[in-house]
Design a protein around this ligand. Sequence first.
Ligand code: DC
Length: 222
Amino acid sequence: MTSIAIDGPAGAGKSTIAQSVARTLEFIYVDTGALYRAVGLFALQNNIPHTDDAALIPRLSEIKVELDYQDGQQLIFLNGRDVTGDIRGPEMGLIASDVSAFPAVRDFLLGLQREMTTKYNVIMDGRDIGTVVLPGAQLKIFLTATPEDRAMRRYKEFIAKGSKITYDQVLGDIQRRDANDIGRATAPLKPAQDAVMLDTTGNEFEQSVAQVLKIIRERGLA
Ligand code: DC
């Protein structure tokens, strides 16, 4: 089985790029951010403050998260209910970022992520895939772009979905999330030592996809 890790900050284009590459190569695309978002949604639905680890950790045993795939789309289930759409609200990113800082939450989701690589060729995106989840991945890519470029991308996505959010709000969220994800003690966002760095600032989507495919093919992985 082949595993490709794509890490990077929020809005760098990881998920859209990885999804497109996975489709081309007939790999399974695993969006690990969705797992943290599902735990965040559980906290929200159960009135558990998402910054309160003492309240959340004892409740993890009540959570069952499952992934399924339909036409190459990842679906995520929280205790049997499809929450693929519910985890995408603008507020869910920060909530996920908060719960993801708790080591017990990270441990709770680790097995599921690794299990995927025993069954499928995967392209897995996240923050710590190359450093912690799959240190033995055959290829690690670290995608970056400036905060402004990432915020503009996310802003356009939210507007297209009918959200009333402003660009400045999205930029503020991205900056807070970067600080959270980079600054946390456990599995912080950082490139693996052997990661290939790719800056997508100013790129058209197709350019980034072509660059990633080129790296994969140069490595002989497809
Ligand atoms: O990729 P995303 O924006 O859906 O991720 C939401 C949050 O989940 C992100 O801000 C940090 C956390 N996360 C993480 O800590 N580790 C991962 N592998 C993926 C996401």
